[in-house]
Design a protein around this ligand. Structure first.
Ligand code: COA
Length: 156
């Protein structure tokens, strides 16, 4: 288990400027950051896994130590497969922390030794959830402050 390797798993439906902020900060902390498009059984995604992989590859194209992959299994199994020692999550508020703490405990039980690192969301971005982006898009709103410029045309 290599502590210099980290993963940032999410549904990224779609990836937002909030996600991009976490990715950039986490990529500066670790030798390699795996951005993993994973399955949250509580969510029915609007965008296909292929679309989300493409969007994240565009967003991370200048980050040479970032890998983008889709994974339909347990996050800890992805970590095992790639010898990853740290999971990164962004937290915006106490509600997020409760959810993330629970997930971190479950992951640790499934894979003893795996560490979870929480990065506080950038205060100026913490309101930008994927749900808000999808709603704003449906309403014909301006997405320029919510998602990366180069993926806006992909948000069909
Ligand atoms: N700024 C703003 N918003 C942020 C943010 C930030 N820094 N970080 C996260 N968010 C928002 C996201 O936009 C997202 O909003 P949404 O709920 O409207 O989609 C929400 O906070 C968190 O979503 P995301 O970061 O995509 O993660 P998730 O909670 O949907 O993903 C998985 C959870 C996929 C990591 C988890 O289900 C998982 O590991 N699945 C794989 C199977 C598994 O291992 N299950 C057992 C887990 S214990």
């Amino acid at each position: 288990m290599n502590r210099r390797l980290a993963m940032y798993a999410g549904t990224f439906d779609p990836p937002t400027n909030g996600h991009e902020n976490i990715i950039k900060r986490a990529s500066a902390l670790f030798e390699t950051l795996h951005v993993v498009i994973a399955v949250n059984p509580d969510k029915k995604c609007r965008y296909t896994s292929e679309q989300r992989v493409k969007m994240l590859k565009i967003i991370t194209k200048n980050l040479k130590n970032v890998v983008v992959e889709y994974w339909d299994g347990l996050s800890v199994d992805y970590a095992r497969k790639h010898d990853i020692g740290v999971m990164v999550r962004g937290v915006r508020n106490e509600k997020d922390f409760a959810y993330e703490y629970d997930m971190a405990c479950k992951n640790h039980a499934l894979y003893p030794g795996i560490e979870t690192v929480f990065l506080p969301a950038d205060a100026s971005l913490s309101h930008i959830s994927s749900t808000e982006v999808r709603k704003h898009k449906e309403e014909g709103g301006d997405l320029s402050l919510m998602v990366h410029t180069d993926i806006r045309t992909l948000l069909t």
